[in-house]
Design a protein around this ligand. Structure first.
Ligand code: SF4
Length: 225
C-alpha cells in the first residue's frame, strides 16, 4: 500500500476501530511475528491523518498537537511519553528544560538534535504533566508506531517508564528496565531515564547510568552494517 490516500484511510480506520471496540490497553509489540497494523507512510501523511485530532480526551486542554521533530531518515530515535507545558505552547517536543537536558544527552554521544528524531507516545499534553492514561496511549500510540515505521530507525531510546512500557509491552518500571536492550518490531530499544527525571534527581550516579545507556545506543549504531 504505497498510495498516501490508502495509507491515511487504513490508519484512520485502525484508530477508529480501537475506539469502537473500547480498547483500553493495547499490546501491539510483544507478539512474534509482530503485526504491522499501520502500513509505512510518509510522516506528512501521518500528520495529515492526525488532523485536528479529537480521538481522546487529551484534546480538551491542549494548545498544539506535538507531532515530532528531527531527521525523517534518522538512524536514532528518542521516544518520550507526552508534551509538557513548553512543548504544548510551541508544538515541538522537548523544548523546555527537559529538552535542553535531552539535547545535552544527544551531544554526549557525538550527535546533534537535528540528526535524530524525537517523538512522544501521546501527541497532546496530559493535564498537570501526569502520565498518559491507558486509553489515551491505546488511542494515540498507533500514530507513534506509524512514525517509527516511516522513519525506520536503527536504534530507539525510550525516555522513562510510559514510553518504555508502550514500546516493549511490559509493566515493569524504568528502574528495572533501563540499560537492558529490548525490541520493538525488530528494532533494538534502549530504555533510559527521562531527562525530566534527571533534572529532579541530578546525581552523579544517575548521570553515569544515562551516559552508559546512551553509549550503548551509540555503539549499536557504530556496529558494522
Ligand atoms: S493525544 Fe493523540 S489521540 Fe489524543 S487527541 Fe491528541 S493526537 Fe488525538
Amino acid at each position: 500500500m504505497s498510495d498516501p490516500a490508502d495509507v491515511r484511510r487504513a490508519l484512520a480506520s485502525w484508530v477508529g476501530y480501537l475506539g469502537d471496540i473500547g480498547v483500553r490497553e493495547l499490546d501491539l509489540r510483544a507478539a512474534e511475528p509482530e503485526p504491522r497494523v499501520v502500513p509505512v507512510a510518509g510522516l506528512a501523511a501521518i500528520r495529515e491523518t492526525i488532523g485536528d485530532c479529537r480521538r481522546c480526551k487529551l484534546c480538551e486542554a491542549r494548545t498544539n498537537i506535538v507531532f515530532g521533530v528531527g531527521d525523517p531518515h534518522a538512524r536514532l530515535m528518542f521516544v518520550g511519553e507526552g508534551p509538557g507545558a513548553d512543548e504544548d505552547a510551541r508544538g515541538e517536543p522537548f523544548v523546555g528544560r527537559a529538552g535542553q537536558k535531552l539535547n545535552e544527552m544527544i551531544r554526549s554521544i557525538g550527535l546533534q538534535r537535528e540528526q535524530v528524531y524525537i517523538a512522544n507516545v501521546v501527541k497532546c499534553r496530559p493535564p498537570g504533566n501526569r502520565d498518559p492514561e491507558p486509553d489515551e496511549v491505546a488511542t494515540c500510540s498507533p500514530f507513534l508506531f506509524a512514525q517509527i515505521e516511516a522513519i525506520a530507525p536503527e536504534v530507539i531510546v525510550t525516555l522513562g517508564s510510559p514510553a518504555t512500557k508502550t514500546l516493549l509491552g511490559t509493566r515493569a518500571g524504568i528502574t528495572a528496565l533501563r540499560g537492558k536492550w529490548g525490541s520493538f518490531r525488530g528494532i533494538p530499544v534502549m530504555p533510559t531515564f527521562h531527562p525530566a527525571y534527571l533534572l529532579r534527581a541530578y546525581t552523579v550516579e544517575n548521570r553515569k547510568l544515562v551516559f552508559e545507556d546512551l553509549k550503548a545506543a551509540r555503539a549499536r549504531l557504530d556496529e558494522p552494517r
